[in-house]
Design a protein around this ligand. Sequence first.
Ligand SMILES: Cc1cc2nc3c(=O)[nH]c(=O)nc-3n(C[C@H](O)[C@H](O)[C@H](O)COP(=O)(O)OP(=O)(O)OC[C@H]3O[C@@H](n4cnc5c(N)ncnc54)[C@H](O)[C@@H]3O)c2cc1C
Length: 371
Amino acid sequence: MSVREANVVILGAGPAGTAAAAQLGLLGVRDVVLVDRHDFPRDKTCGSGLSPRAIETLKELGVWRDIEPHSYAIHGMRLVTKGDRESWQSAGEKAAAVVCQRRVLDHLMLQKAQARGVEFIPHFNATDVLREGERVVGIQAQDGTKIRAKYVMIAGGSHCRVGLPEQRPRRIIQAIMGWWDDVPFRAHHLEMIFDASIAPYYGWLFPENERRVNIGICYEERDGKQNARELFQRFLDKHYRDRLSKATQVGGWKGHPVVWSYAIEKLTAPGRLVIGESGLMTHPATAEGIYQAMKSGMLGAGALSDILSGRRSEREAFADYERRCKAQFQLAFWAGGVFRRVARTDALDWVVSASEVPVVKSTAARILAAL
Ligand SMILES: Cc1cc2nc3c(=O)[nH]c(=O)nc-3n(C[C@H](O)[C@H](O)[C@H](O)COP(=O)(O)OP(=O)(O)OC[C@H]3O[C@@H](n4cnc5c(N)ncnc54)[C@H](O)[C@@H]3O)c2cc1C
């Protein structure tokens, strides 16, 4: 049974883990090991939308130049309300978002981390953390391989429970989606459809390139009684039947949960720090999680760099990490809670019907961009 020693081991190479790894490399922390149960490139069920905040974070990480050429620019959106009112919103050039397939995004981020000296170990299916008393001192794989480290970062996403002993209440948004070629769509515009059957959530169409779109729905499970495929089929029949009639479906539909909480807490314990969706840091109303994953990964990397270089104690740096995550996300999560309540009412219909007035139109665009 082999044992590897490291300064930092990161469990999971999604946006959280790769951002943390890339940032640790940038900050000069050596002997960082990143593991994932998959090899890369790999797919991840996701709309792959990157908000303006996510783009800013990619710039801070120094990877935007690598990612931009593989991204599809979004300059506006089609909004459909529960009352079937339709509106076209322009985010303006400045607020432009992009769609970048996760197969590409995560792989480019991983390559950047490797170029900065991080070692990547694929096919490492972590099953447990190693402990010495209360302290986490490493991780262990299903095949018995162990990595001992001064610090463990947990970035395993929504399914992984390794290293998360606290019973933090998780809330769940269910999602199901598919991919199609040759669906007619307005170039550089995404679509958000607030249908009553999935309120307070929405369905979407995100263009990935000139030819391919992904379409999906997210919804809150009620008593486990909804059938995801039936719900999605009804949504497609209502909103996309005509446009899908001449399109070609690519692969099968995929379902995947998004986990979240209003409370940003319990992200640290002796020897280990949680980042990304493992820390329940996804947006309660939009299910956006890539930005929060990358940002918390960067903040976590900063905390570990401070500790390892002796600038701050573990206690100080960990407390500061939690404070910074709260400062970064808490307001938006609460705003998401308000939006969830609003989305159950007819308020969006009112906004859209009033949106012929230019000031309302631009305000609505700003609110959606800010979410
Ligand atoms: C259908 C759907 C659509 C979405 N659309 C968007 C969107 O358009 N924009 C947006 O910002 N967010 C979106 N999200 C949310 C976003 O996908 C996640 O919040 C984000 O991927 C979280 O990043 P992460 O790095 O924390 O975790 P993940 O991306 O889930 O990465 C976790 C990594 O850990 C690995 N791993 C897990 N367990 C283990 C283990 N035991 N051992 C080793 N490795 C392990 C996994 O293989 C994976 O590579 C969507 C989510 C869903 C489900």
